[in-house]
Design a protein around this ligand. Structure first.
Ligand code: GH3
Ligand code: MG
Ligand code: MG
Ligand code: MG
Length: 301
């Protein structure tokens, strides 16, 4: 696999000459960041999200084992591969490194060619894992997130909303008379329509933490963190405006002359006694149903 210089390696060692030697070896092919203490390493790992960490074990303060354990416990850093590079050469020390989650173990003094080869192997694996992870979260037709990723994201945002005492809104959407659309224009046109709607929704949701997924066949769902009901209703209106703008003809719709959607919008402020994410989705589904009954092409909140 061709290596370009977009992968980042964090080198952690208390001895500057060790950092310099490894950096000299790797800087031609990779971006290098460095840390001289365990504490600094954790901070750098969270901030720069490297693709690989080369980690010394014996350091004053936090040692390499502690650093690795802490990295493996945090969501943002747990999937970064860690290679120990250390003067410790006992089998028990090496075994311990793998037990706490390292992918490789290299003893000092190291063979430069071997370090390079092992680093490349683990970076290739990391790239493939990242690619698979991305694919596993995407919907094949619309290229937006899928239901699996939605479940993951709502769990994550739920915790964050509790921690920050911030409102969390959910919008459930369902295309109106979509069965008629397929019947009239054909299934392939139906697929095209779903793609256009997904792209339109993606553009409508602007905030970095806003999340959009295809929830099911012709259903979409948006998670709006730090957004109260008023804010969510504003987005609901924007979505209807976007659909009017798309103006996809739908001669068999009883709601309009173009493709429209019905929405259910709800907001929670999580406190001591909390519902579950599933209950929020069910509530949004009830509201969506009311939008359908009331004539479609509208939202209920
Ligand atoms: P309502 O206004 O009550 O929502 O009516 P509807 O016809 O949209 O609802 P219904 O749930 O009866 O039908 C949903 C339709 O969506 C049926 C199904 O064929 C279509 N559909 C689901 N997934 C896909 C897809 O991936 N591609 C296409 N082309 N159609 C799909
Ligand atoms: Mg050391
Ligand atoms: Mg439906
Ligand atoms: Mg529908």
């Amino acid at each position: 696999m061709v290596q370009k210089k977009f992968q980042r390696i964090l080198i952690v060692d208390d001895a500057p000459e060790n950092i310099a030697a490894l950096a000299a070896l790797l800087k031609e092919s990779y971006m290098i960041v460095a840390a001289r203490t365990g504490e600094q390493a954790i901070h750098m790992a969270q901030k720069t999200r490297p693709d690989l960490i080369l980690l010394d074990i014996v350091m004053p303060g936090m040692n390499g084992y502690d650093v690795c354990r802490q990295l493996k416990q945090a969501d943002g850093t747990k999937d970064i591969p860690v290679i120990f590079i250390t003067a410790l050469s006992e089998a028990i020390e090496e075994a311990n490194a793998f037990k706490i989650g390292a992918v490789d173990y290299i003893t000092k003094p190291f063979q430069p060619l071997v370090v390079k080869a092992r680093v490349q192997t683990h970076l290739n694996l990391k790239m493939k894992t990242d690619m698979l992870e991305a694919l596993a979260s995407l919907d094949g037709l619309t290229n937006i997130h899928n239901r699996r990723k939605f479940d993951e994201n709502i769990a994550h945002e739920w915790k964050r909303a509790i921690r920050n005492q911030s409102p969390l809104s959910l919008i459930l959407m369902d295309i109106d008379y979509f069965k008629h659309y397929n019947d009239l224009y054909g299934h392939a046109s139906g697929d095209e329509c779903l793609k256009k709607v997904a792209a339109g929704l993606n553009e409508t949701l602007q905030r970095p933490n806003d999340f959009l997924a295809r929830y099911g066949g012709e259903e979409f769902v948006a998670i709006l963190p730090d957004t109260d009901l008023k804010g969510a209703e504003y987005i609901g209106n924007k979505i209807h405006g976007m659909m009017d703008g798309l103006n996809i003809p739908h001669a068999a719709s009883k709601a309009a002359d173009h493709v429209t959607m019905s929405l259910g919008i709800c907001t929670v402020l999580l406190g001591h006694v909390n519902p579950s994410p599933i209950q929020l989705v069910e509530a949004a589904d009830q509201l969506l149903y009311q939008s359908k009954v009331a004539g479609r092409n509208r939202f209920t909140s």
